[in-house]
Ligand binder design. Structure first.
Ligand code: DGL
Length: 266
């Protein structure tokens, strides 16, 4: 049993964006080992079919299970909204998913208008449709596919004129409609907070699900008696990526943790 308890938390994303979730998990559970898988060669998932997203999510899950993961965090809204049902039905390990935080946004908005920036795969999913149908009728949601944003982030082009042009194009209709909350419905987007705040002049609330996912991970570990028991050793964090590791290393460079980043093909 203690072997399982002290096994790592497995996390995957279509690329490097899920590190925004890894950061929240590491901050809440600093003594847990983690294994992160960035399937960057197949990013973006957002334009792929549900079948392709399920196939890739299955492959990522099996990679992490082979590395002994005790729980799997699907740190990708697109993979969660399209594949988590299949994953939960297929594997015994507990899964934590991430969905756009439209419910918390609906509770915070004063103008009753919220914007949501997410991938096509997330916005078109049945799960997203179901979650948004549960909101109060008086809340208006402005949906926007963030086409091209993930590609720029994966290429390390966060603070570039191309990014500003795309963001202005996507945010202007939300701002014109008086949205006061914008949901960042993709785990890559927290890396755009600074760029978005420059455009909105800090006039809107940016809401993401990172902290909630970390809290849910802790809760599920506790419920399944999977909280680690190690106290002495420093936790280790292995990051695997099937493309060049430069951008991933750069995004993790300020993190004070025992990190190892490896390139490998899978
Ligand atoms: N991080 C993924 C998400 O949360 C990015 C999707 C993509 O690869 O298009 O949706």
């Amino acid at each position: 049993m203690s072997k399982i308890i002290n096994s790592p938390i497995g996390i995957f994303d279509s690329g490097i964006g899920g590190t925004s979730i890894w950061k929240e998990i590491h901050s809440l559970l600093p003594n847990d080992d983690t294994i992160y898988l960035a399937d960057s060669i197949n990013a973006p998932y957002g334009q792929k079919s549900k079948e392709e997203i399920i196939y890739l999510s299955k492959k990522n899950t099996e990679f992490l299970l082979n590395k002994n993961a005790k729980i799997i965090v699907v740190a990708c809204n697109t993979a969660t909204t399209n594949a988590i049902k299949y994953l939960r039905e297929t594997y015994k390990v507990p899964f934590i998913g991430i969905e756009p935080a439209i419910k918390p946004a609906s509770l915070q908005t004063q103008s009753k208008i919220i914007g949501i920036l997410a991938t096509k795969g997330t916005l078109n999913s049945e799960l997203f449709e179901k979650t948004s149908s549960l909101l109060d009728n008086n809340i208006k949601i402005i949906e926007q596919v963030g086409e091209g944003l993930v590609d720029l982030i994966e290429n390390g082009q966060i603070n570039t004129p191309e990014m500003t042009i795309l963001l202005k194009k996507y945010l202007t209709p939300m701002l014109d409609a008086k949205a006061d909350c914008i949901v960042l419905g993709c785990t890559h987007y927290p890396y755009l907070i600074e760029a978005i705040n420059k455009i909105t002049n800090h006039t809107v609330n940016l809401i993401d699900s990172g902290e909630a996912v970390a809290r849910q991970t802790k809760k599920v570990l506790e419920l399944n008696s999977l909280m680690h028991t190690q106290t002495k050793k420093t936790a280790s964090h292995l990051f695997y990526i099937n493309k060049s590791k430069t951008v991933l290393e750069n995004i993790l460079k300020d993190t004070k943790a025992n990190i190892k980043v490896e390139e490998l093909s899978f």
